[in-house]
Design a protein around this ligand. Structure first.
Ligand SMILES: *[C@@H]1O[C@H](CO)[C@@H](O)[C@H](O)[C@H]1NC(C)=O
Length: 238
């Protein structure tokens, strides 16, 4: 009796550990909930910051900080190489809305975050007519970065797969710090930084597309891993 009870406990524990892959901090909503979108919005609000720390058991990497590695701006007038690029702040996002159409397999996630990008930079070229050159540490603070990700998904063998995604983004403002501009010529560097911050939109037009692309790919990639690890009916109960 004792042995069988013990075996039962072990079996139960293993079954529990294997079947319930949904991390405890993610609340599953019900597909029949008339306020499904709102339910998911609040589930994302609660789970998001933890999710952004990564879930090692499921192979999900942190999104805050998100390590982007190398980001290259290849404009003939302005060459920028960012290396060891790290973005912080995504975990502090606020959700604007989440909309899902289960039958059509479409969803839209709309959120805003204040993020900071840090990297080693190497830059050479011109912004408008102002020459810029240097290499050192770059810090870019982006206020109210709003990202909208539209994705298509379908259920394959009981798991969601993301088949396509489109994205858009905008921001209220970006502020730059670059150390060692013009080999440390302070006067020239200070004037240039002021110029860059006044004309942040022009320089962000160059930096944002490759950087945002990598940020969004990282977000989609980690969500994809969650969908691979957790059966669809655990994420959205019937
Ligand atoms: C970003 O920071 C500004 C203040 O600097 C604040 O007003 C805004 O609510 C923040 N946005 C988010 C999404 O936290």
């Amino acid at each position: 009796m004792r042995v069988s009870l013990c075996l039962f406990a072990v079996a139960y524990f293993i079954a529990g550990a294997c079947a319930g892959k949904l991390p405890t901090f993610i609340k599953a909503c019900s597909v029949s909930d008339p306020k499904l979108n709102q339910c998911i919005e609040s589930a994302i609000t609660v789970a998001g910051p933890k999710f952004a720390q990564g879930i090692p058991e499921l192979g999900i990497k942190p999104l805050d900080p998100a390590e982007l590695g190398k980001v290259v701006v290849n404009n003939p007038a302005l060459k920028i190489i960012l290396e060891d690029t790290v973005v912080t702040g995504l975990g502090g996002f606020k959700i604007n809305s989440f909309k899902m159409n289960v039958e059509k397999g479409k969803a839209v996630l709309d959120f805003t975050a204040n993020v900071t990008l840090k990297a080693h930079y190497d830059m050479d070229g011109k912004v408008l007519i102002v020459p810029i050159r240097g290499n050192g540490q770059a810090k870019i603070k982006i206020t109210n970065l709003r990202i909208v990700i539209k994705y298509d998904f379908k259920s394959v063998d009981g798991y969601w797969t993301v088949t396509d995604h489109k994205d858009s983004y905008k921001m209220d403002r970006a502020q730059f710090k670059f150390t060692n501009l013009f080999n440390g010529n302070k006067e020239l560097a200070d004037t240039t930084i002021r110029f860059l911050n006044e004309n942040w939109e022009i320089i962000m037009q160059e930096i944002a597309p490759p950087a945002m692309d990598q940020i969004i790919v990282a977000c989609v990639e980690e969500v994809r891993k969650l969908f691979l690890a957790v059966p669809a009916d655990q994420l959205l109960s019937q």
